[in-house]
Design a protein around this ligand. Structure first.
Ligand code: PEP
Ligand code: MN
Length: 353
């Protein structure tokens, strides 16, 4: 698979001057050999705290319009109100994105959807701030229902209290679920807002490509250090070019019958192993049931925290001896333990199983 099949949107967090936009467009145009490319730019910035730089608004739209006369570029920007949409359409903006703060609010999304009724263009919906797949889907559906829009999704991570080492936690399982259940919706990854720094961007992009995401939206600035917003996470034009060169793009399907056959053999071994795993889990939970009955008869508490700590510790050690990641085994056993507690709670409190 090549970049021809992926959508790459690059550009500054925020449009800061015509010269800034021109420099980025020139760099991207050279890289993409004069072919059409997509450039992002914030025109109105949704800042977390008041009195921060909030974008140049209408002035920036005029810069964008001028830029389109010189380059084969599609301009992508964030809209949050019907007035934004009206102004952008007047100035020939090609595609919109709905930001994470806006996609968290059905009122805001509905206003955007109503303002776009009958308009034919593509709108990208960033995931809401919290890892709520229904809220994300709901925003996508509101826009799809408005008639003629092509709607895509952007994964930009989730704002959790502690997202270290990321600015926003990737929680890849959420976009994976979106992709598996709604394959018609293209998904881009925005590594800049997930990472919050430049160091983590390459590995995030590689993960996104390995998960068959449809493309990337990356913040690129001629001089990130002096950027008026998100200065620590923007790549220089050269860093961005290097990033694309270093990404490994893999094939969706096996490209020969022989490789396909080898995969099939291994996959049938996996299927059989999973059946064994399920029956072993069933056996383990039956023992949990027997223990539950003894606890009920002897009026013993369900959680024996000392014993549970010992189990967790020894399973992690056993895992390490076999070369498995002890953290993975701790997580797995925590899930199994939650199920065990649920089963014993039923036995002790409701007398049922
Ligand atoms: C942005 O892309 O500039 C932005 C504000 O992103 P998000 O809505 O993901 O925070
Ligand atoms: Mn930004």
């Amino acid at each position: 698979m090549s970049f021809d099949e992926r959508i790459i949107i690059a550009g500054p967090c925020c449009a800061e001057s015509y010269e800034q936009l021109y420099t980025v467009a020139e760099g991207l145009s050279t890289y993409f050999n004069g072919n059409k490319f997509y450039m992002r730019m914030g025109v109105w910035k949704p800042r977390t705290r008041p009195n921060s730089f909030e974008g140049y608004g209408l002035e920036a739209l005029k810069w964008a319009e001028e830029l389109k006369k010189h380059f084969n570029v599609s301009i992508v920007t964030e809209v949050a109100t019907s007035k934004h949409i009206e102004d952008c359409l007047k100035h020939g903006i090609d595609e919109f994105w709905v930001g994470a703060r806006s996609s968290s609010s059905p009122f805001v999304v509905q206003e955007i959807a109503d303002a776009l009724k009958g308009v034919e263009m593509r709108v990208w919906v960033k995931n809401p701030l919290s890892p709520d797949l229904s809220l994300w889907l709901g925003a996508i559906e509101r826009l799809e229902e408005s008639g003629k829009l092509k709607v895509g999704a952007i994964h930009r991570g989730f704002s959790l209290y502690n997202s270290y080492p990321y600015r926003n936690m990737p929680l890849w399982e959420v976009p994976i679920k979106l992709k598996c259940n709604y394959p018609h919706i293209p998904i881009l990854c925005d590594p800049s807002h997930i990472a919050g720094n430049t160091e983590l961007i390459p590995s995030l992009c590689q993960t996104a490509m390995d998960l068959e995401m449809d493309g990337l939206m990356v913040e690129v600035h001629p001089q990130p250090k002096v950027a008026l917003s998100d200065s620590v996470q923007q790549l220089t034009i050269n860093e961005f070019k290097l990033l694309l060169q270093q990404l490994v793009l893999r094939n969706k399907d096996a490209n020969s019958g022989e490789i396909f056959a080898r995969l099939e053999v291994l996959r049938s071994q996996l299927d059989k192993t999973d059946i064994d795993l399920i029956s072993i889990l069933k056996k383990r939970l039956q023992i949990v049931e027997d223990i539950g009955k003894i606890k009920k008869n002897d009026n013993l508490s369900i959680l024996q925290s000392k014993r549970w700590q010992e189990v967790l510790h020894s399973r992690a050690l056993d895992a390490e001896k076999t070369g498995l990641d002890p953290e993975f085994i701790r997580t797995l056993f925590s899930i199994i333990h939650t199920e065990a507690v649920k089963i014993q709670t039923k036995i002790l409190n409701k007398g049922e199983i």
